[in-house]
Ligand binder design. Structure first.
Ligand code: PLP
Length: 459
Protein backbone atom coordinates (compact mmCIF):
# COMPACT_ATOMS: atom_id res chain seq x y z
CA UNK A 1 0.00 0.00 0.00
CA UNK A 2 1.43 3.40 -0.85
CA UNK A 3 2.40 5.65 2.02
CA UNK A 4 -0.27 8.27 2.59
CA UNK A 5 1.00 11.71 1.68
CA UNK A 6 0.20 14.59 3.99
CA UNK A 7 -1.26 16.41 1.00
CA UNK A 8 -4.19 14.00 1.30
CA UNK A 9 -5.00 15.69 4.61
CA UNK A 10 -5.66 19.26 5.51
CA UNK A 11 -3.28 21.07 7.80
CA UNK A 12 -5.95 20.99 10.49
CA UNK A 13 -6.32 17.20 10.21
CA UNK A 14 -2.61 16.76 10.76
CA UNK A 15 -2.55 19.22 13.63
CA UNK A 16 -5.50 17.51 15.29
CA UNK A 17 -3.88 14.09 14.99
CA UNK A 18 -0.61 15.52 16.24
CA UNK A 19 -2.38 17.07 19.22
CA UNK A 20 -4.14 13.79 19.99
CA UNK A 21 -1.20 11.39 19.76
CA UNK A 22 2.20 13.02 19.57
CA UNK A 23 4.41 13.99 22.51
CA UNK A 24 6.97 16.41 21.06
CA UNK A 25 10.65 16.49 22.09
CA UNK A 26 11.86 19.57 24.00
CA UNK A 27 8.35 21.04 23.75
CA UNK A 28 5.55 22.06 26.06
CA UNK A 29 3.12 19.88 24.12
CA UNK A 30 0.05 21.29 25.90
CA UNK A 31 0.95 24.83 24.88
CA UNK A 32 1.79 23.70 21.37
CA UNK A 33 -1.54 21.92 20.99
CA UNK A 34 -3.38 25.13 21.83
CA UNK A 35 -2.03 26.76 18.67
CA UNK A 36 -1.19 23.74 16.48
CA UNK A 37 2.20 22.68 15.15
CA UNK A 38 3.41 24.05 11.85
CA UNK A 39 3.39 21.21 9.34
CA UNK A 40 6.52 21.01 7.22
CA UNK A 41 5.98 19.13 3.99
CA UNK A 42 8.87 19.64 1.56
CA UNK A 43 12.50 20.70 1.29
CA UNK A 44 14.84 21.78 -1.51
CA UNK A 45 18.35 23.16 -1.02
CA UNK A 46 18.16 25.53 1.96
CA UNK A 47 14.39 25.96 1.63
CA UNK A 48 11.41 24.36 3.35
CA UNK A 49 7.71 24.58 2.60
CA UNK A 50 4.82 24.08 4.97
CA UNK A 51 1.39 22.71 4.13
CA UNK A 52 0.02 26.24 3.90
CA UNK A 53 2.39 26.91 1.00
CA UNK A 54 4.79 29.15 2.94
CA UNK A 55 8.41 29.06 1.78
CA UNK A 56 10.87 29.21 4.66
CA UNK A 57 14.65 29.69 4.68
CA UNK A 58 16.01 27.00 7.00
CA UNK A 59 18.65 28.86 8.99
CA UNK A 60 19.17 25.80 11.20
CA UNK A 61 19.70 23.02 8.61
CA UNK A 62 16.95 21.06 10.36
CA UNK A 63 18.66 20.48 13.69
CA UNK A 64 22.19 21.43 12.57
CA UNK A 65 22.25 18.39 10.35
CA UNK A 66 21.02 18.82 6.75
CA UNK A 67 24.47 20.03 5.74
CA UNK A 68 24.27 19.10 2.05
CA UNK A 69 20.79 20.59 1.76
CA UNK A 70 17.37 19.09 1.11
CA UNK A 71 16.42 17.10 -1.97
CA UNK A 72 19.76 15.44 -2.78
CA UNK A 73 18.82 12.70 -5.22
CA UNK A 74 22.23 11.03 -4.82
CA UNK A 75 21.44 10.29 -1.18
CA UNK A 76 17.99 9.00 -2.06
CA UNK A 77 19.51 6.69 -4.67
CA UNK A 78 22.20 5.43 -2.29
CA UNK A 79 19.51 4.49 0.24
CA UNK A 80 17.29 2.83 -2.38
CA UNK A 81 20.13 0.76 -3.84
CA UNK A 82 21.33 -0.41 -0.46
CA UNK A 83 17.79 -1.24 0.63
CA UNK A 84 17.36 -3.45 -2.41
CA UNK A 85 20.70 -5.17 -1.85
CA UNK A 86 20.73 -5.56 1.94
CA UNK A 87 18.46 -3.25 3.93
CA UNK A 88 19.67 -4.44 7.29
CA UNK A 89 22.16 -6.67 8.90
CA UNK A 90 24.02 -6.42 12.18
CA UNK A 91 27.72 -6.37 12.95
CA UNK A 92 27.50 -8.07 16.35
CA UNK A 93 28.25 -11.72 15.92
CA UNK A 94 31.27 -12.30 13.71
CA UNK A 95 29.70 -10.61 10.67
CA UNK A 96 30.23 -7.36 8.84
CA UNK A 97 29.17 -5.75 5.57
CA UNK A 98 30.66 -3.46 2.94
CA UNK A 99 28.83 -0.20 3.81
CA UNK A 100 29.94 -0.24 7.47
CA UNK A 101 33.55 -1.16 6.68
CA UNK A 102 33.84 1.37 3.87
CA UNK A 103 32.33 4.07 6.06
CA UNK A 104 34.68 3.28 8.95
CA UNK A 105 37.61 3.64 6.57
CA UNK A 106 36.22 6.86 5.11
CA UNK A 107 35.64 8.43 8.54
CA UNK A 108 39.15 7.43 9.64
CA UNK A 109 40.51 9.19 6.56
CA UNK A 110 38.97 12.54 7.55
CA UNK A 111 39.39 12.49 11.34
CA UNK A 112 42.44 14.27 12.78
CA UNK A 113 45.46 12.46 14.21
CA UNK A 114 45.37 8.69 14.61
CA UNK A 115 41.65 8.32 15.27
CA UNK A 116 41.55 5.27 13.08
CA UNK A 117 38.94 3.07 14.71
CA UNK A 118 35.21 3.62 14.58
CA UNK A 119 32.29 2.39 16.68
CA UNK A 120 28.87 3.02 15.13
CA UNK A 121 25.68 4.17 16.81
CA UNK A 122 22.29 5.45 15.72
CA UNK A 123 22.24 8.96 17.20
CA UNK A 124 24.49 11.54 18.78
CA UNK A 125 23.19 10.58 22.21
CA UNK A 126 24.01 6.93 21.61
CA UNK A 127 27.48 7.95 20.47
CA UNK A 128 27.92 9.95 23.68
CA UNK A 129 26.69 7.06 25.84
CA UNK A 130 29.05 4.76 23.95
CA UNK A 131 31.91 7.14 24.61
CA UNK A 132 31.14 7.28 28.35
CA UNK A 133 31.19 3.47 28.61
CA UNK A 134 34.17 3.22 26.31
CA UNK A 135 36.46 5.61 28.19
CA UNK A 136 35.60 4.04 31.54
CA UNK A 137 36.14 0.58 30.09
CA UNK A 138 39.44 1.72 28.58
CA UNK A 139 40.77 2.78 32.00
CA UNK A 140 39.56 -0.48 33.43
CA UNK A 141 41.38 -2.63 30.85
CA UNK A 142 44.62 -0.70 31.38
CA UNK A 143 44.38 -1.50 35.08
CA UNK A 144 42.99 1.78 36.44
CA UNK A 145 39.27 1.16 37.00
CA UNK A 146 39.22 3.95 39.59
CA UNK A 147 39.66 6.46 36.77
CA UNK A 148 35.96 6.82 36.09
CA UNK A 149 35.08 10.48 36.67
CA UNK A 150 34.23 12.42 33.53
CA UNK A 151 34.39 16.19 33.52
CA UNK A 152 32.30 18.33 31.18
CA UNK A 153 30.83 21.82 31.27
CA UNK A 154 27.83 23.75 32.47
CA UNK A 155 25.54 24.58 29.56
CA UNK A 156 27.22 21.94 27.38
CA UNK A 157 24.85 19.71 25.42
CA UNK A 158 25.62 16.03 24.91
CA UNK A 159 22.23 14.49 24.14
CA UNK A 160 19.08 13.26 25.80
CA UNK A 161 19.73 9.69 26.88
CA UNK A 162 20.45 9.34 30.58
CA UNK A 163 24.18 9.35 29.84
CA UNK A 164 24.01 12.31 27.49
CA UNK A 165 21.74 14.32 29.79
CA UNK A 166 24.03 13.60 32.75
CA UNK A 167 27.14 14.57 30.85
CA UNK A 168 25.52 17.70 29.49
CA UNK A 169 25.40 20.71 31.73
CA UNK A 170 21.82 21.80 31.11
CA UNK A 171 20.09 22.41 34.44
CA UNK A 172 16.64 21.96 32.92
CA UNK A 173 17.58 18.46 31.83
CA UNK A 174 19.10 17.47 35.17
CA UNK A 175 15.85 18.54 36.79
CA UNK A 176 13.83 15.87 34.97
CA UNK A 177 14.03 12.10 34.86
CA UNK A 178 16.83 11.81 37.38
CA UNK A 179 18.80 10.71 39.23
CA UNK A 180 21.59 11.37 36.78
CA UNK A 181 24.59 9.09 36.15
CA UNK A 182 27.14 9.39 38.97
CA UNK A 183 30.77 10.47 38.68
CA UNK A 184 30.20 13.24 36.21
CA UNK A 185 31.47 16.70 37.13
CA UNK A 186 30.72 20.05 35.50
CA UNK A 187 32.98 23.08 35.33
CA UNK A 188 32.20 26.58 34.10
CA UNK A 189 31.65 27.23 30.40
CA UNK A 190 33.95 29.58 28.43
CA UNK A 191 31.18 32.09 27.63
CA UNK A 192 33.17 35.30 27.44
CA UNK A 193 30.42 37.75 26.46
CA UNK A 194 28.03 36.56 29.13
CA UNK A 195 30.23 35.56 32.04
CA UNK A 196 33.66 37.19 31.92
CA UNK A 197 32.83 40.44 33.69
CA UNK A 198 35.84 42.73 33.24
CA UNK A 199 38.25 40.00 32.13
CA UNK A 200 39.68 40.13 28.61
CA UNK A 201 39.26 37.06 26.43
CA UNK A 202 42.70 35.66 27.12
CA UNK A 203 42.47 36.01 30.90
CA UNK A 204 38.98 34.50 30.81
CA UNK A 205 40.07 31.60 28.60
CA UNK A 206 42.86 30.86 31.06
CA UNK A 207 40.51 31.11 34.05
CA UNK A 208 38.03 28.69 32.46
CA UNK A 209 40.79 26.18 31.74
CA UNK A 210 42.11 26.64 35.27
CA UNK A 211 38.67 25.55 36.46
CA UNK A 212 39.43 22.17 34.90
CA UNK A 213 42.73 21.81 36.72
CA UNK A 214 41.13 22.91 39.99
CA UNK A 215 38.41 20.29 39.64
CA UNK A 216 40.90 17.57 38.70
CA UNK A 217 42.89 18.34 41.83
CA UNK A 218 39.74 18.45 43.92
CA UNK A 219 38.48 15.01 42.86
CA UNK A 220 41.98 13.51 42.58
CA UNK A 221 43.86 13.26 39.26
CA UNK A 222 43.97 9.47 39.50
CA UNK A 223 40.19 9.32 39.49
CA UNK A 224 39.58 11.25 36.27
CA UNK A 225 38.91 9.38 33.03
CA UNK A 226 38.22 12.14 30.53
CA UNK A 227 37.30 15.72 29.80
CA UNK A 228 34.54 16.17 27.22
CA UNK A 229 33.53 19.33 25.39
CA UNK A 230 32.04 20.60 22.18
CA UNK A 231 34.74 22.51 20.24
CA UNK A 232 32.14 25.28 19.84
CA UNK A 233 29.10 24.90 22.11
CA UNK A 234 26.13 24.50 19.81
CA UNK A 235 22.85 23.93 21.62
CA UNK A 236 24.13 26.15 24.45
CA UNK A 237 23.83 29.10 22.06
CA UNK A 238 26.86 28.89 19.73
CA UNK A 239 29.56 29.87 22.16
CA UNK A 240 33.03 30.18 20.66
CA UNK A 241 35.65 29.90 23.40
CA UNK A 242 38.55 32.36 23.71
CA UNK A 243 41.41 31.51 21.33
CA UNK A 244 43.69 30.18 24.11
CA UNK A 245 41.03 28.04 25.82
CA UNK A 246 41.47 24.70 24.07
CA UNK A 247 45.26 24.94 24.10
CA UNK A 248 45.17 25.38 27.88
CA UNK A 249 42.59 22.62 28.33
CA UNK A 250 44.63 20.24 26.24
CA UNK A 251 47.82 20.94 28.20
CA UNK A 252 45.98 20.18 31.45
CA UNK A 253 44.58 16.92 30.08
CA UNK A 254 48.03 15.85 28.96
CA UNK A 255 49.59 16.87 32.29
CA UNK A 256 47.26 14.54 34.19
CA UNK A 257 47.05 11.81 31.54
CA UNK A 258 43.32 12.40 31.04
CA UNK A 259 41.59 11.50 27.79
CA UNK A 260 40.36 14.48 25.80
CA UNK A 261 37.06 13.97 24.00
CA UNK A 262 35.61 16.34 21.41
CA UNK A 263 31.85 16.01 21.03
CA UNK A 264 31.57 16.97 17.37
CA UNK A 265 27.95 16.00 16.81
CA UNK A 266 27.38 19.57 15.56
CA UNK A 267 30.90 20.75 14.71
CA UNK A 268 31.86 17.69 12.66
CA UNK A 269 31.59 17.40 8.89
CA UNK A 270 32.40 20.90 7.79
CA UNK A 271 30.28 23.10 10.04
CA UNK A 272 33.26 25.16 11.27
CA UNK A 273 35.13 25.14 7.95
CA UNK A 274 37.26 22.02 8.57
CA UNK A 275 36.22 18.40 8.55
CA UNK A 276 36.12 18.60 12.33
CA UNK A 277 35.85 21.50 14.74
CA UNK A 278 38.92 20.09 16.48
CA UNK A 279 40.98 21.09 13.45
CA UNK A 280 39.52 24.62 13.39
CA UNK A 281 39.97 25.12 17.13
CA UNK A 282 43.38 23.42 17.43
CA UNK A 283 42.32 20.40 19.51
CA UNK A 284 43.99 16.99 19.30
CA UNK A 285 41.34 14.76 20.83
CA UNK A 286 41.72 11.10 21.83
CA UNK A 287 38.11 10.44 20.87
CA UNK A 288 35.49 12.19 18.76
CA UNK A 289 31.74 11.68 18.86
CA UNK A 290 29.90 12.53 15.64
CA UNK A 291 26.43 12.25 14.04
CA UNK A 292 24.18 14.77 12.22
CA UNK A 293 26.36 15.97 9.29
CA UNK A 294 27.73 12.43 8.84
CA UNK A 295 24.64 11.62 6.77
CA UNK A 296 23.34 15.20 6.42
CA UNK A 297 20.49 13.95 8.59
CA UNK A 298 19.01 11.85 5.76
CA UNK A 299 19.17 8.73 7.92
CA UNK A 300 20.08 8.37 11.60
CA UNK A 301 23.69 7.34 12.06
CA UNK A 302 26.45 8.30 14.48
CA UNK A 303 29.94 7.21 15.40
CA UNK A 304 32.71 7.37 17.95
CA UNK A 305 36.23 7.62 16.53
CA UNK A 306 39.08 6.64 18.84
CA UNK A 307 42.85 6.88 18.77
CA UNK A 308 45.10 3.90 18.18
CA UNK A 309 46.14 4.02 21.85
CA UNK A 310 42.56 3.59 23.02
CA UNK A 311 41.60 1.07 20.35
CA UNK A 312 44.74 -1.03 20.76
CA UNK A 313 44.20 -1.33 24.51
CA UNK A 314 40.59 -2.41 24.04
CA UNK A 315 41.49 -4.91 21.34
CA UNK A 316 44.47 -6.31 23.26
CA UNK A 317 42.13 -6.96 26.16
CA UNK A 318 40.94 -10.37 25.06
CA UNK A 319 37.28 -10.00 26.00
CA UNK A 320 34.01 -8.86 24.37
CA UNK A 321 33.15 -5.17 24.55
CA UNK A 322 29.65 -5.65 25.95
CA UNK A 323 28.03 -2.75 24.17
CA UNK A 324 26.22 -2.13 20.88
CA UNK A 325 22.98 -1.18 19.22
CA UNK A 326 20.73 -3.04 16.79
CA UNK A 327 21.45 -0.24 14.34
CA UNK A 328 25.22 0.04 14.91
CA UNK A 329 26.59 0.41 11.38
CA UNK A 330 23.13 0.07 9.79
CA UNK A 331 23.95 -0.70 6.14
CA UNK A 332 21.43 1.67 4.58
CA UNK A 333 22.36 4.54 6.89
CA UNK A 334 26.04 3.76 6.28
CA UNK A 335 25.55 3.76 2.50
CA UNK A 336 23.89 7.18 2.72
CA UNK A 337 26.67 8.53 4.95
CA UNK A 338 29.28 7.23 2.50
CA UNK A 339 27.53 8.91 -0.39
CA UNK A 340 27.19 12.08 1.68
CA UNK A 341 30.95 12.17 2.29
CA UNK A 342 31.58 11.46 -1.38
CA UNK A 343 29.36 14.42 -2.29
CA UNK A 344 31.08 16.65 0.26
CA UNK A 345 34.42 15.82 -1.33
CA UNK A 346 33.19 16.13 -4.90
CA UNK A 347 31.71 19.56 -4.16
CA UNK A 348 34.67 20.69 -2.07
CA UNK A 349 32.22 21.72 0.58
CA UNK A 350 34.64 21.89 3.52
CA UNK A 351 36.85 24.35 1.65
CA UNK A 352 33.79 26.29 0.57
CA UNK A 353 32.77 26.75 4.23
CA UNK A 354 36.32 27.40 5.42
CA UNK A 355 37.43 29.93 2.84
CA UNK A 356 34.36 31.26 1.06
CA UNK A 357 30.83 31.04 2.40
CA UNK A 358 31.75 30.76 6.10
CA UNK A 359 33.77 34.00 6.20
CA UNK A 360 31.13 35.65 3.99
CA UNK A 361 28.32 34.58 6.34
CA UNK A 362 30.19 35.86 9.40
CA UNK A 363 30.98 39.15 7.69
CA UNK A 364 27.45 39.72 6.35
CA UNK A 365 25.84 38.92 9.69
CA UNK A 366 27.98 41.54 11.38
CA UNK A 367 27.54 44.07 8.56
CA UNK A 368 23.75 43.69 8.69
CA UNK A 369 23.08 43.13 12.37
CA UNK A 370 25.95 44.23 14.62
CA UNK A 371 24.63 47.79 14.87
CA UNK A 372 21.05 46.71 15.52
CA UNK A 373 19.86 48.04 18.90
CA UNK A 374 18.77 44.53 19.99
CA UNK A 375 22.07 42.81 19.23
CA UNK A 376 24.60 42.89 22.05
CA UNK A 377 27.14 40.60 20.49
CA UNK A 378 27.68 38.29 17.52
CA UNK A 379 30.01 35.32 17.63
CA UNK A 380 30.50 32.35 15.37
CA UNK A 381 32.78 30.40 13.10
CA UNK A 382 32.19 28.82 9.70
CA UNK A 383 28.46 28.41 9.25
CA UNK A 384 27.37 28.68 12.85
CA UNK A 385 26.61 31.85 14.75
CA UNK A 386 25.01 33.06 17.97
CA UNK A 387 23.67 36.53 18.66
CA UNK A 388 22.86 37.83 22.12
CA UNK A 389 19.68 39.92 22.33
CA UNK A 390 19.99 42.62 24.99
CA UNK A 391 17.89 45.43 26.36
CA UNK A 392 20.87 47.76 26.49
CA UNK A 393 23.94 47.27 24.30
CA UNK A 394 26.39 49.44 26.20
CA UNK A 395 25.81 47.88 29.61
CA UNK A 396 25.02 44.39 28.21
CA UNK A 397 21.80 44.46 30.20
CA UNK A 398 19.66 41.45 29.33
CA UNK A 399 15.90 41.53 28.95
CA UNK A 400 13.87 40.42 31.96
CA UNK A 401 13.26 36.67 31.73
CA UNK A 402 9.49 37.06 31.42
CA UNK A 403 9.90 39.23 28.30
CA UNK A 404 10.88 36.00 26.47
CA UNK A 405 12.83 38.07 23.98
CA UNK A 406 14.32 35.03 22.23
CA UNK A 407 10.97 33.32 21.75
CA UNK A 408 9.35 36.54 20.52
CA UNK A 409 12.13 36.86 17.95
CA UNK A 410 11.93 33.19 16.94
CA UNK A 411 8.18 33.51 16.35
CA UNK A 412 8.64 36.63 14.21
CA UNK A 413 11.24 34.74 12.18
CA UNK A 414 8.94 31.79 11.65
CA UNK A 415 6.08 34.07 10.62
CA UNK A 416 8.38 35.80 8.15
CA UNK A 417 9.90 32.82 6.41
CA UNK A 418 13.08 32.26 8.40
CA UNK A 419 13.96 29.50 10.83
CA UNK A 420 16.22 30.77 13.56
CA UNK A 421 16.50 29.06 16.93
CA UNK A 422 16.27 30.78 20.29
CA UNK A 423 18.46 29.54 23.15
CA UNK A 424 17.22 31.76 25.95
CA UNK A 425 17.88 35.19 24.49
CA UNK A 426 20.59 34.02 22.10
CA UNK A 427 19.49 33.68 18.49
CA UNK A 428 21.27 30.86 16.73
CA UNK A 429 21.98 30.14 13.08
CA UNK A 430 23.50 27.11 11.36
CA UNK A 431 22.26 26.96 7.76
CA UNK A 432 23.00 24.13 5.33
CA UNK A 433 26.62 24.23 4.16
CA UNK A 434 25.48 24.50 0.54
CA UNK A 435 23.95 27.95 1.10
CA UNK A 436 24.88 30.47 -1.60
CA UNK A 437 26.02 34.09 -1.15
CA UNK A 438 22.68 35.46 -2.33
CA UNK A 439 20.89 33.16 0.12
CA UNK A 440 23.17 34.41 2.91
CA UNK A 441 22.20 37.97 1.93
CA UNK A 442 18.54 37.02 2.02
CA UNK A 443 18.96 35.35 5.40
CA UNK A 444 20.61 38.45 6.85
CA UNK A 445 17.91 40.75 5.47
CA UNK A 446 15.13 38.55 6.83
CA UNK A 447 16.89 38.47 10.20
CA UNK A 448 17.17 42.25 10.28
CA UNK A 449 13.48 42.64 9.48
CA UNK A 450 12.56 40.16 12.23
CA UNK A 451 14.84 41.90 14.74
CA UNK A 452 13.01 45.16 13.92
CA UNK A 453 9.67 43.46 14.55
CA UNK A 454 11.02 41.98 17.79
CA UNK A 455 12.21 45.37 18.97
CA UNK A 456 8.75 46.81 18.30
CA UNK A 457 7.07 43.90 20.16
CA UNK A 458 9.31 44.28 23.20
CA UNK A 459 8.68 47.99 23.64
N1 PLP B 1 26.13 16.00 21.31
C1 PLP B 1 25.99 17.23 20.81
C2 PLP B 1 27.16 18.17 20.83
C3 PLP B 1 24.79 17.63 20.22
O1 PLP B 1 24.66 18.87 19.74
C4 PLP B 1 23.73 16.70 20.16
C5 PLP B 1 22.46 17.07 19.53
O2 PLP B 1 22.20 18.21 19.20
C6 PLP B 1 23.91 15.44 20.72
C7 PLP B 1 25.12 15.11 21.27
C8 PLP B 1 22.79 14.44 20.70
O3 PLP B 1 22.55 14.01 19.41
P1 PLP B 1 21.16 13.29 19.05
O4 PLP B 1 20.09 14.34 19.16
O5 PLP B 1 21.37 12.77 17.65
O6 PLP B 1 20.97 12.18 20.02
Amino acid sequence: MPIQQESMFTTRDIQATDAAHHLHPFTNTGALNAKGARVISKGEGVWLWDTEGNKILDGMAGLWCVNMGYGRQELVDAAAQQMQQLPYYNTFFQTTHAPATALAQEIASVTPGDLNRIFFAGSGSEAVDTMIRLVRHYWSVVGKPYRNIIISRENGYHGSTIGGASLGGMKGMHAQGGPMVPNIEHIRQPYWYGEAGDMNEEAFGKACAQALEDRILQVGPDNVAAFVGEPVQGAGGVIVPPANYWREIQAICRKYGILLVADEVICGFGRTGSWFGSQTLGIEPDLITMAKGLSSGYLPIAAVAMSDRVADALIAHDEDFNHGFTYSGHPTAAAVALENIRLMKAENIVDYVGTDIGPYFQQQLRATLAEHPLVGHIEGVGLMAGMALVQDKASRTPFPEDANAGLVCRDHCFENGLIMRAVGDRMVLAPPLVISRSEVDELCEKARHCFDLTLASLK
